[in-house]
Design a binder for this molecule. Structure first.
Ligand code: GRF
Length: 197
């Protein structure tokens, strides 16, 4: 009997506030079609790993894509969620998860995305350009960095006195931490329905 939930692996590199939003959403029932069964990181010191351990979620430190792929397959992972994950995965690796890998990007794609646009740099570029509105985007991951089909977006106003840090914080609070759990539930539900057909 197939499990009645989509098996989710979350990939992290840093503080893990987006992972925490996913964990909290699973507990509150916002995420009901999926279950986080693994947290993987390219960074053994990522605080996100402590958040996983505190919630009894298995953690895995990746040592190259081929071992990571074997681990995801061994754990029957059905959905990969990139949450503050800072590495660019190869087109070959990504091709194993068609419409089964999603990413949160801290801008309104197609603005401020692609090469060199990650973390705080995204907000530095938005402020440098002088846009009045930014936000976050959840999209499917394909072979083009930040290039997959868009799933959800949420806008956040930029204030005159914003610094990259204050803007990053507001985009996380008002957009990322809301969008990613909802998108994870939406895609988990789609995959669960497919599995149970
Ligand atoms: C943040 O810059 C966030 O905008 C982006 O990844 C970075 C760290 O996120 N998505 P997290 O706290 O590790 O989830």
């Amino acid at each position: 009997m197939a499990e009645d939930f989509t098996r989710i692996a979350v990939m992290v590199s840093g503080g893990g506030t987006n992972l925490q939003a996913l964990i909290d959403a699973e507990k509150s029932g916002i995420i009901k079609s999926g279950k986080i069964v693994l947290v993987a990181s390219d960074n053994p010191d990522a605080y996100a790993l402590k958040r996983a351990a505190a919630n009894d979620i298995e953690t895995y430190i990746m040592k190259g894509e081929d071992y990571l792929l074997k681990k995801l397959e061994a754990d029957d992972i059905e959905l990969v969620v990139l949450a503050g994950f800072m590495k660019i995965l190869s087109a070959d690796f990504v091709s194993h998860f068609p419409n089964r890998m999603i990413n949160i990007h801290p801008s309104l794609i197609p603005s401020f995305c692609g090469k060199g646009c990650y973390g705080l740099h995204v907000h530095e570029k938005a402020l440098a350009y002088g846009v009045k509105v930014t936000g976050a985007t959840v999209h499917y991951v394909n072979e083009v960095p930040d290039g997959g089909r868009i799933i959800a977006q949420k806008a956040v106003e930029i204030r005159d006195d914003d610094t990259p840090e204050t803007l990053q914080r507001r985009v996380m609070e008002q957009a990322e931490w809301i969008l990613l759990p909802r998108a994870a539930e939406k895609v988990s539900s789609i995959l669960l329905n497919e599995k149970n057909k």
